[in-house]
Design a protein around this ligand. Structure first.
Ligand code: UDP
Ligand code: MG
Length: 318
């Protein structure tokens, strides 16, 4: 098969999305075709339990530029994005969700900004995109922490992005971390960038694949990958506790000098509990960093591909 080299690659992680993926790809195809660019659409099935991969195979028989990768199990969206970026061959790569929440109609605008010189075009969520005040506040706290301590800007940031080939190559070859945070890494590279604002719509079908636990784990990965501030906070906390101890100590000495009995059984218990909890939390934080080092040092692959469709080296029987 002698395929024409694509100018633009679309990378789409899919997990249990058989319900909506066909209409999504059909719509995407018409938008991309209207740009007049040669394209490839790479769908990464992140270990779906439904018919998603079968649907991808059907799409591939209708459109030769649709390709599919299937993971052996659910490795997570970050792993799927990496697999897609590694497999993509386009001069630019656009990453987007398969549920219509990243509006494909903005792709032509992203391409214009790329042509104007931006190496990365970020799809940025507008304020009205959040489901409620709680999710907005949660995103704001998380992004402010990252920007304050990690010096990366993820405010309103999403995984809907266009990356120039130069940025893709660096992301894939020079940033070999295993526990990844795509949004943060894209900003961290520091290339000239542009933004395209969008409002997150309701999902076209199915339900969100993120549990609160998965979200918390992603926040943990992001913070630990981009800043060692929590470790420094432990030191500061230790100093504050020491100062408190010195003050209480002085107070005790003065009381003894003045002939007053040193009282404060309650104070003793409270300080013991407080200091005990500070120590345990601090150990937990240090533990998180050690766990990250442990994960990196094991050097296991980020994902395992079970089968491929539409690639030159695809399994013929898949
Ligand atoms: N996704 C994935 N692996 C996962 C969870 C999600 O590949 O473990 C995909 C999912 O199919 C979708 C995208 O990542 O295309 C975003 O997921 P979702 O819409 O569930 O997240 P939300 O929009 O709620 O943040
Ligand atoms: Mg979604």
């Amino acid at each position: 098969m002698t395929a024409i080299k694509p100018e633009i690659s679309l990378v789409i992680p899919v997990f249990n999305e058989s319900e909506g993926v066909t209409s999504f790809v059909a719509n995407l195809m018409s938008i991309v075709t209207s740009t007049g660019l040669h394209s490839e659409i790479i769908l990464i099935d992140d270990g779906s339990h439904d018919e998603t991969f079968y649907t991808i195979a059907e799409l591939n028989s209708s459109f030769t530029n649709v390709k599919g990768l299937r993971f052996t199990r659910n490795f997570g969206k970050e792993a799927a994005l990496l697999a897609g970026l590694e497999a993509a061959t386009g001069d630019a790569v656009i990453t987007l969700d398969s549920d219509g929440q990243h509006p494909p109609d903005l792709i032509p605008e992203m391409i214009v900004k790329w042509r104007e010189g931006a190496k990365i075009v970020h799809g940025v969520k507008s304020a009205g995109s959040y489901e409620n005040r709680y999710t907005r506040a949660r995103a704001r706290v998380f992004n402010s922490l990252l920007s304050r301590f990690g010096h990366i800007n993820t405010m309103g940031s999403s995984d809907f992005k266009l990356l120039d080939r130069e940025a893709v190559d660096i992301l894939v070859h020079s940033l070999p971390e295993h526990r990844r945070f795509y949004r943060g890494l894209a900003d961290w590279m520091g290339f000239p960038s542009a933004e395209v604002p969008f409002t997150v719509r309701d999902r076209e079908s199915g339900s969100s694949k993120w549990s609160t636990l998965k979200l918390m784990s992603m926040a943990g990965v992001a913070i630990i990958s981009f800043t060692s501030a929590p470790l420094r906070i432990i030191t500061i906390l230790g100093m504050v506790t020491m100062l408190f101890g010195v003050l209480v100590g002085l107070d005790a000495v003065i009381s003894v000098i003045n002939g007053k009995a040193v009282s404060g059984f309650a104070t003793l218990i409270i300080s013991l509990l407080l200091i005990g909890s500070f120590i345990m939390i601090s150990l937990g934080i240090i533990g998180e960093y050690i766990a990250k080092i442990y994960d990196e040092i094991k050097d296991r692959p980020v994902y395992i591909v079970q089968s491929k469709i539409g690639f030159d080296d695809s399994d013929k029987n898949s």
